[in-house]
Design a protein around this ligand. Structure first.
Ligand code: ZN
Length: 688
């Protein structure tokens, strides 16, 4: 495409059954926002479109579990998610939701068009059915073993372990997620999109047409999908939550969430255009529009194969120019997980790091999983903040602003003759917008962010080499020139950092009083304008842009994760398998009695052992018990306990133990007495 007339940029519709975390931000929303902010700064016509994905089975399951309606669930999380995007400066032109009437209408019409054109296959098939719940089990209503990788917890629509997209009937040993029942097969009619029919087009368009410009991870996944052979894909479901199937025979059925969700981009664009008094159609139908989808790798098949096939079948739409999907972000070496609370939630981050959205945006971009899975660690977060944002970017700006105020009452000084170093430095600054732009346009946002930091490094080095704080004493004119050059760099940074550090950009523009200039500095002004900050321009006072993050703060975050890990381990502790069968005679050999602990003392030089005097009803005897890590001696005196009295005596640390107190252990390692919980049982009673 020659220079596009306009851009339609979409970011994956987050699923409204929970809040969003750093993985979502790093994978989709930060790169999308960097891209659109850059496009706007370079004077392009952009529609940045998104919204909440509010249909589908997991929402209905969550609603059922919480005893509320699906609408309650989506209302709650739509509000939370929308707020998080706003707080982190994700500048959607429109953020809609798929439960909106305009979306129901758009998706319904889209289905009807394909139906009328004969683009679907109608098929009565056998689907899994839960007799107990009286319901068909599509998608996440059923779990079982993935036929491809053997993961025992694959869902009926996808295996999260290997990423394979599945039909519920593909699962081995399927189980209903509603009742745990083994489902039966029952006939039902559905409509299918024959993806196999679109194979030639997909091969031509992607495998031939986008070999060079699509990311290798995206291209590779698409290729393997197509090479595996495409099959017809159901676009309807037996469900009552969603968009009703608008044709005869569709009663009681809704559009498959993956059919309706991407159409959400179109309806959200319509909503925006209506509000702004624009025409939505060129943004989706004019071949001079560049359409880009930002998504995570789990959505590649839907955005590169299914949605394009739908658009192609409809006939009047353009296709995406690129789908720069990211891989996954891990957290401290483990997969991010909502259910295991292994995540950094955006709302919690803001509580712990108020006003520091840019730090997270910066670090997530610096570590973005652009070509492979990547790891977020709190140590790296701290290091990038302290060593890059504080020590380089913040330090440079602070020196420039403080010295300008100190030497010239905040007025940009008039330069005298430029040295070669000054000329080279100013020329290097002018080159940065193109360098950064080239990375952004190739969807290499990490590289772009590094180049931005390189510009700050350049400024820092220039000041360190030229030492205006020394020159001020000997050469007034030279100092003025140095500060003038440094101020031009600061001004370039204020504009160029906006896609990456929007809140900082805003602050910096205020400090430099850029709004007092005749025109707002645009991206392309930097290489073209002779002067960014003219001599005599008044700037404001210094203000800290970033602050150092201490070890203690990082430790608190690590402790939080450690607590999640402990809780997960406790929840997942495996139950021991049953031991070999014994006879009743074997059992009766055990003489188990009720007893009472009369005395207790800690065994010297041991961590675990308590020496107990126990009234067994038969006698009072000494028993050594390894319970000292869970109980103090004082705590156990007077306790009623269960004692195995005919265990052969054995010496423990020189004390003969005559029996064993029965205990059990909680998942977090705390011992609990197996105790006869009644006053009426006297010592010596047998347990059998
Ligand atoms: Zn699998």
């Amino acid at each position: 495409m020659s220079k596009p007339k306009r851009y339609t940029v979409t970011a994956a519709l987050p699923y409204t059954n929970g809040p969003i975390h750093i993985g979502h931000l790093a994978g989709v929303y930060v790169p999308a926002d960097i891209y659109v902010r850059y496009l706007r700064l370079t004077g392009n016509d952009v529609a940045f479109i998104g919204g909440s994905d509010e249909h589908g089975v997991p929402i209905t399951i969550k609603a059922k579990n919480e005893g509320v309606s699906p609408q309650d669930i989506v209302d709650k999380y739509h509000a939370i998610i929308k707020k998080s995007f706003k707080e982190f400066g994700i500048t959607y032109d429109n953020y809609s939701r798929t439960s909106a009437p305009i979306h129901h209408k758009t998706a319904s019409e889209f289905f009807k068009t394909l139906y009328d054109k004969g683009e679907f296959i109608e098929e009565t098939t056998e689907q899994l059915y839960d007799e107990k719940a009286n319901q068909f089990l599509a998608d996440r209503f059923v779990t079982g073993t993935c036929p491809k990788c053997g993961n025992e917890e694959a869902y009926g629509d996808q295996c999260e372990n290997c990423g394979t997209s599945l039909n519920a009937t593909d699962l081995i040993n399927p189980k209903s997620a509603l009742t745990g029942n083994v489902p039966t097969l029952k006939q039902t009619k559905h409509w299918f999109l024959p993806l196999d029919k679109h194979e030639d087009f997909l091969r031509e368009w992607i495998l031939k047409g986008h070999k060079k410009d699509w990311k290798p991870n995206v291209y590779g996944q698409v290729k393997s999908w197509i090479d595996d052979g495409l099959r017809p894909r159901a676009v309807t479901r037996d469900l009552d939550w969603g968009i009703p199937v608008p044709v005869e025979g569709g009663e009681g059925k809704v559009l498959y969430v993956w059919f309706d969700a991407p159409i959400g981009y179109i309806s959200s664009t319509k909503e925006w255009a209506e509000r702004e008094g624009k025409d939505w159609e060129p943004y989706w139908k004019d071949k001079d529009t560049k359409l880009v989808h930002f998504i995570g790798k789990d959505n590649i098949v839907f955005h590169c194969i299914i949605f394009p096939s739908m658009l192609k079948a409809e006939g009047s739409y353009i296709l995406p120019d690129n789908v720069p999907a990211n891989e996954f972000l891990n957290l401290e070496g483990n997969k991010l997980s909502t259910s295991k609370n292994w995540a950094v939630w955006l709302s919690e981050y803001l509580k712990d790091f108020p006003g520091q959205q840019d730090v997270l945006r910066y670090v997530l971009n610096a570590n973005a999983p652009e070509t492979k899975d990547n790891d977020f660690t709190w140590k790296d977060f701290q290091a990038r903040n302290n060593n890059e944002l504080v020590a380089i970017f913040g330090n440079f700006i602070n020196r420039v602003v403080v010295l300008t105020n100190k030497y010239y009452q905040g007025l940009v000084p008039t330069p005298s003759e430029f040295t070669q170093v000054d000329e080279d430095t100013l020329a290097a600054v002018k080159a940065y917008p193109n360098v950064i732009a080239s990375s952004i346009e190739r969807y290499r946002f990490r590289e772009a962010g590094q180049e931005l930091m390189n510009l700050a490094r350049l400024g820092n080095k220039y000041l360190a080499d030229e030492e205006p704080w020394k020159k001020i004493k000997e050469d007034e004119a030279r100092t003025q020139t140095i500060m003038y050059v440094a101020l031009q760099i600061a001004s370039a940074l204020a504009t160029l950092c906006e896609p990456f550090l929007p809140f900082t950009s805003e602050k910096l523009k205020n400090i430099l009083c850029l709004s007092e200039l005749d025109a707002v500095t645009q991206w392309n002004d930097i290489p073209n304008k002779e002067v960014l900050l003219p001599a005599g321009h008044q700037i404001g006072k210094a203000e800290l842009l970033f602050s150092k993050i201490e070890d203690k703060t990082i430790q608190e975050q690590l402790d939080k994760l450690e607590a999640s890990k402990k809780a997960n381990e406790a929840a997942n502790k495996q139950v021991e398998p049953q031991k070999d069968t014994i006879t009743f005679e074997d059992f009766t050999k055990l003489d188990i009695r009720v007893g009472t602990i009369l005395e207790a003392e800690k065994m010297p030089k041991t961590k675990k052992l308590l020496k107990l005097k126990v009234d067994t009803g038969i006698d009072t005897r000494t028993i050594v018990s390894g319970i000292a890590e869970s109980f103090t001696a004082e705590e156990v005196v007077g306790k009623k306990v269960t004692v195995l009295v005919n265990l052969a005596p054995r010496a423990l640390r020189g004390v003969e133990s005559q029996g064993m107190i029965l205990m059990t252990e909680t998942p977090d390692g705390k011992l609990v007495f197996v105790n006869p919980d009644s006053d009426k049982v006297g010592n010596g009673l047998q347990i059998s």
